[in-house]
Write a protein that binds this ligand. Structure first.
Ligand SMILES: Nc1ncnc2c1ncn2[C@@H]1O[C@H](COP(=O)(O)OP(=O)(O)OP(=O)(O)O)[C@@H](O)[C@H]1O
Length: 287
């Protein structure tokens, strides 16, 4: 794991026109390269506004956004390069899907890059396969389910092969199967070195999926760190009224003498394996 950052936000402040409360209040936070980062926070804490700054749709009214240590200048050329490097998947796929079938929509962005048709087809087939969409490639978009639309929107962004991909609540309203399919697609690009950042309200998903957590509250960063650190005592999380992930909560409710020296389990399988070991060592359940 390296310590490089994909993007750095330094003292970024932003208020939408005609609003009393700022959406970001001198927010300072960094997105680590090559990791899976979950951005957590209540409704209105600034997650989407942060993402819109990451792709240069919004510009800080105060502070700066840096890539490679250099502040963005927002020139036309730089913005075009930034948008090739950073892909944003909107929360609502209707905002993203503009053409009538998945294959047309996914190839649309690639056509603007000057790629030849054979290369475009090859790239499209690759992402359709990664996201289990091959059978749906010619189906009218308006006939797709929400999960299929979400995967199509992700496929369009993945096809551009950005270095950093930002997803705004990608799993909201998805059933467990659609969620697994979407996460499998993300895993395949993460394995190839893409930095993946997800805004989510699902604390359990964040805990088992992410290897870095950013907690936003009222436009500022309240905490950033590994899931183990962020949820170790849950103080920062509880202080702003968010719930602890169930597994972390259960783990920390066990007597300290049982959990001492053990790494907190991040998924149900790890938790079960530790419990099995603890109970078989003790020989009875009242350890
Ligand atoms: N287009 C807009 N015009 C005016 N105010 C906005 C606009 N978009 C967001 N806001 C306000 O900015 C603040 C931050 O909103 P933002 O959408 O970034 O939060 P969020 O953490 O993504 O929320 P959610 O979890 O509900 O998606 C909120 O107070 C919101 O009402």
């Amino acid at each position: 794991m390296n310590n490089e950052y994909s993007l750095v936000f330094e003292g970024v402040a932003y208020s939408y026109p005609d609003t009393a409360e700022p959406a970001l209040r001198e927010l300072t936070v960094s997105i680590p390269k090559g990791r899976k980062t979950a951005v957590l926070g209540h409704n209105g804490s600034g997650k989407s506004t942060l993402f819109l700054h990451a792709v240069g749709v919004l510009r800080p009214q105060k502070g700066k956004v840096l890539q490679g240590g250099t502040p963005l200048t927002y020139s036309k050329k730089e913005l075009a390069a930034l948008r090739r490097r950073v892909g944003l998947v909107f929360q609502d796929p209707e905002q993203q899907l503009i053409l009538s079938t998945p294959i047309e929509d996914i190839s649309f962005g690639l056509r603007g890059t000057g790629m030849d048709e054979a290369a475009i087809q090859k790239r499209c087939l690759k992402v359709l396969e990664q996201l289990n969409l091959l059978a749906l490639q010619d189906k009218p978009v308006h006939q797709l389910s929400l999960g299929q639309k979400k995967r199509t929107a992700l496929a369009g962004v993945m096809a551009m092969e950005p270095e950093l991909i930002l997803l705004d609540e990608p799993t909201s309203y998805l059933d467990p199967l659609s969620e697994r399919q979407l996460l499998a697609g993300l895993e395949s690009i993460y394995a190839k070195g893409t930095t993946v950042v997800m805004a989510t309200h699902d604390m359990n998903l964040a805990y088992r999926w992410a290897d870095w957590i950013i907690v936003l509250d009222k436009g500022v960063c309240r905490a950033a760190g590994s899931p183990e650190d962020i949820f170790a005592d849950g103080e920062d999380i509880r202080a702003i009224g968010l719930d602890l992930p169930l597994l972390a909560d259960l783990w920390h409710s066990l007597p300290g003498r049982l959990t001492a020296g053990q790494t907190a389990p991040r998924n149900a399988e790890e938790f079960k394996a530790i419990l099995k070991q603890l109970f078989s060592e003790s020989g009875n359940i009242r350890v």
